[in-house]
Design a protein around this ligand. Structure first.
Ligand code: ASP
Length: 438
């Protein structure tokens, strides 16, 4: 029998109907044995997430204004869920206890974690699974830093006693028993931790989106879904702005080589997207996996005759950036030129002093500043060892009359990054996408 860990996001558990649907998904496959819920999310655009209400509640309790009203909203939502699902679960006294603890000054992390805790109790009752509290098995140190190895041992041991369990997402505890949470969206991390510790065959991440898409649907009308993507490709696309999973959630499962299957609760029959280990065999060559990009970069191009034979030129250039506390994104270079691509939030108002220092330290022949640039990454393992892929991309840009200000091909042949002016960003993404996808 294989083992699946299923994590359900807040938007998939927002009300009784959706929780019931999630339970049906779990029951439809007996391999789904460990379930990690988020707290209920928004039911409609103007609604509030339970976690947001809990943070508000914590602030209201500290200031002694509005606490009862805010807690009342949370109480009503959970009691309504229990009622509509016709559960016998006695949640009133649990809610009373949480109310008392928050009123008595419980920490913000404890308060926020109750959203997942309560949802976990409900789902465990509905499914007839054991409820296993992550406090005491998802371990943080006294400084609030997550301890992955200790956690792995503790989770494996605790869940070894339960063939089926619900484990609330988002939190764990420190040596003194105090609750700590991951950063927002952190139930993804809990799901990955549980998958690693139980040596799951797959980590299913159920959301309200149709898996990963080959491009941003705000730019491309109905982009194709990605059926398989490696961890490395995902990292390249995520860095460029494609956003589905919490970043830190990748690491526990990646390390263990466990595939992540992103599924859509509204469309459970669709296979979704699978994130596979990096050595997964390539199914199709001559294709791309996705295109993603970001705006707000500045490119500095430094030219100096005989740069290639000037010892230490690159080091001194990077030293100028380091002295200003600036990290760079890319460093494409020619024989006598070197460009540095810097994100604008790094550069802030330091541009002039950086230019002054480059002048004084390196005495370049010229420095060209290209502000308001966008970077676009075309990513795909299927591009490697395939002649003509780069030509197709650059032809498409040329046909759309787009000037390419910078080119950087990752040494892994996994991606080609181009820099274009920000105002042609969308046009460039469309041109590249349609060059590879009909
Ligand atoms: N409920 C938490 C949040 O809203 C954690 C999660 O949903 O993953 O950030």
């Amino acid at each position: 029998m294989s083992l699946k860990v299923a994590k359900f996001g807040g938007s998939s558990l927002a009300d009784a109907g959706m929780i019931d649907r999630a339970a049906c998904i779990v029951r439809s496959d007996p391999d789904r044995r460990y379930i990690v819920p988020s707290a209920p999310g928004k039911r409609h655009a103007d609604d509030r997430k339970i976690t947001d209400l809990l943070y508000l509640c914590h602030a209201a309790a500290a200031q002694k204004v509005g606490f009862e009203e805010t807690f009342g909203l949370i109480r009503d939502r959970y009691l309504q869920i229990v009622k509509l699902l016709e559960l016998k679960l006695e949640l009133e006294s649990v809610l009373d206890d949480i109310h008392r603890q928050i009123a008595d000054g419980a920490s913000s992390a404890f308060t926020a974690s109750r959203g997942e805790y309560l949802n976990g109790l409900i789902l465990a009752d509905l499914l007839g699974f054991a409820f296993v509290d992550p406090a005491g098995m998802i371990i943080f140190d006294e400084h609030g830093r997550f301890q992955p190895e200790q956690t792995n041992v503790a989770v494996a041991r605790a869940l070894g006693e339960h063939p089926r369990a619900v484990i609330p997402g988002f939190y764990g505890s420190g040596p003194d028993g105090a609750i700590h949470t991951f950063s927002r969206g952190g139930s993804d991390i809990t799901g990955a931790i549980v998958a690693r510790a139980t040596e799951a065959d797959v980590y299913e991440n159920w959301t309200d989106v149709p898996g990963l898409l080959m491009a941003d649907p705000r730019i491309i009308d109905q982009p194709h879904p990605i059926d398989k993507i490696t961890y490395r490709e995902l990292r390249e696309l995520a860095y460029m702005g494609a956003n589905v999973l919490h970043d830190e959630a990748i690491f526990p499962v990646r390390k263990a080589g466990i595939p992540v299957n992103i599924r859509n609760t509204h469309n459970p029959d669709q296979p979704g997207s699978v994130i596979v280990p990096d050595d997964y065999p390539i199914a199709h060559t001559g294709t791309i996996t996705g295109v993603a990009g970001r705006k707000n970069f500045t490119i500095l191009t430094i030219e100096k005759a005989l740069m290639n034979s000037t010892l230490g030129f690159g080091r001194r250039l990077l030293n100028v950036l380091e002295v200003h506390g600036i990290s760079f994104e890319h460093l494409p270079s020619g024989i006598d030129t070197m460009s540095v691509v810097i994100s604008d939030d790094q550069l802030n108002d330091k541009l002039q002093s950086v230019l002054d220092d480059i002048e004084n330290e390196l005495h370049p022949d010229s420095v060209e500043v290209s502000p308001e640039m966008a970077l676009i990454a075309t990513v795909g393992r299927g591009m490697s060892h395939t002649p003509g892929m780069a030509a197709r991309l650059f032809n498409a840009l040329a046909e759309a009359s787009i000037n390419v200000g910078m080119i950087d091909q990752g040494s892994s042949e996994l991606n080609i990054i181009v820099g274009v002016e920000a105002d042609v960003f969308e046009t460039a993404v469309k041109a590249i996408y349609h060059a590879f996808v009909e």
